[in-house]
Write a protein that binds this ligand. Sequence first.
Ligand code: SF4
Ligand code: SF4
Length: 191
Amino acid sequence: MIKDAVKLKSATKADKDLLAKLEQEAGTQVSLCYQCGKCSAGCPASFAMDYPPREIIRLLQLDMVEEALNANSIWVCATCETCSERCPRGVDIASLMDTLRREALRQGKKGDNQVAAFNAAFLNTVKMFGRTYEAGILLQHNLATMQPFKDAGLGLPMVKRGKISILPERIKGRDQMKKIFARVQEQREEK
Ligand code: SF4
Ligand code: SF4
């Protein structure tokens, strides 16, 4: 229960303003949620979250934005969109999770540094090659987290078994992919 886990406090105007901004950015409204729990029941990552999706929404309904931004849930979320698909009230929880992640990064809250580094490495490879490039993700992630040889012993056996390739595969429409990233960046700067 949220009440047991965190101390309830009065919401400030800044909390309310920030929530309104996040809702606008995510394109959804937390007030629509009636706490049925279908999102949490279907979430494949909820077992590893400190607050499952339903509770993240509840925190926001209570204007406890700071707690939501500090939750490990936003970094554990795999953006699979199961929660948004299942919600009978049309709350786009996956979009909110993504928005909370970006706000946390804007505020310098890295949460789990390893997850943030993985997130950045994943997006970089998609931007460059148009699809994921596992070896590149691992290399970037390890360099960013100052552990260059982490899991190095696993790399060669995985290459030999064809689980990962040394060179990246490139899709045809890489220019369009770069344009998508540029447009998203523009939209973020406009907000
Ligand atoms: S599924 Fe929708 S209505 Fe139900 S708890 Fe989750 S966000 Fe709220
Ligand atoms: S998008 Fe995130 S919160 Fe929603 S079901 Fe998938 S992992 Fe869970």
